[in-house]
Design a protein around this ligand. Structure first.
Ligand code: GLN
Length: 277
């Protein structure tokens, strides 16, 4: 039988050889999830033995990861804003930049309790569920069109006590009245699609491709939902790093005011916020 230390080193080496950026971190995630070992165990009991079937499962996972399959799909979940969300093929993986989108909404409603919020193109539901949990009295509706993604949304919603209303439908078909529209829509432009990392290309194209210039969803959502936002309401999008000015213009053309573009942790334009009079 191999030891924990040997298996960790083998996993790390396999990932490093495949050019994975942070092989130590990813080996730790795989050991914890597939090997069932807490990170401390690798440090504290490096000589303890690992069952052959676990070692084999880890080797298989490392191979899959080395071939460019996303780590998050291998382990079937990922953390977002301090909570763990199920994810897998057919749904966009929760990303740390998207936490900033949630923060903008949480700040806006810090002194305005019980907002009605709609999250469009909801995917795993990580945005909707975070807002439902973090904003006092929030009533959150999550809209997702595609079957595979919608089933993750429903599963995550159930895991968090059914805190949002999940609606399967087209984000461009507006309904109801809300104090906030929030969305991380597909925003990758046609020319950029082939340049995406191989891991990202394993994610659904329907969650990435935003039309020729990547802006189709911003145009449609800004226009179609304007009449469904209350006076003093808020709209916010995650955007691609080159899209700040264009999305600002779209929001202004559609009658919103107070448009601001915010940067992510890497100093790239990532979030646009605006209000309705
Ligand atoms: N941020 C994603 C990327 O890695 C795109 C997600 C989206 O289109 N909403 O390209």
């Amino acid at each position: 039988m191999s030891t924990v230390k040997e298996v960790f080193k083998n996993t790390e080496r396999a990932l490093a050889d495949a050019g994975i950026e942070d092989p130590e971190f990813e080996a730790g995630v795989l050991l914890e999830d597939i090997g069932g070992m807490a990170p401390a165990e690798v440090q504290l009991s490096p000589e303890s033995e690992i069952l052959p079937e676990k070692a084999a499962a880890l080797a298989a996972a490392a191979k899959r990861r080395s071939e460019g399959y996303p780590l998050q799909y291998i382990i079937g979940s990922w953390d977002f804003y301090g909570r763990r969300f199920s994810c897998g093929e057919g749904v966009l993986i929760p990303r740390p930049e998207t936490e900033l989108l949630c923060e903008c909404v949480i700040k806006y409603f810090a002194k305005r309790p019980a907002p009605r919020i709609v999250d469009l193109c909801s995917g795993t539901g990580c945005i909707a569920i975070t807002l439902a949990k973090e904003i006092a009295g929030a009533k959150v509706t999550a809209v997702e069109l595609y079957d595979a993604a919608f089933s993750y949304l429903e599963r995550n919603n159930a895991a968090f006590g059914g805190c949002v209303s999940a609606v399967q439908g087209d984000a461009l078909e507006s309904f109801g009245e809300f104090d906030c529209v929030v969305s991380n829509p597909p925003y990758v432009a046609a020319a950029e699609m082939p340049t995406l990392q191989k891991e990202v290309l394993k994610e659904p194209e329907t969650a990435l491709f935003g039309g020729e210039d990547g802006l189709d969803f911003y145009r449609a959502i800004a226009k179609n939902w304007y009449g469904h936002i209350s006076s003093g309401g808020f709209i916010t999008f995650e955007i691609g790093e080159t899209q700040g000015r264009a999305v600002e213009a779209i929001l202004k053309e559609n009658g919103y005011y107070g448009v601001s573009v915010w940067e992510d942790y890497s100093g790239l334009d990532r979030i646009v916020t605006a209000m309705k009079q």
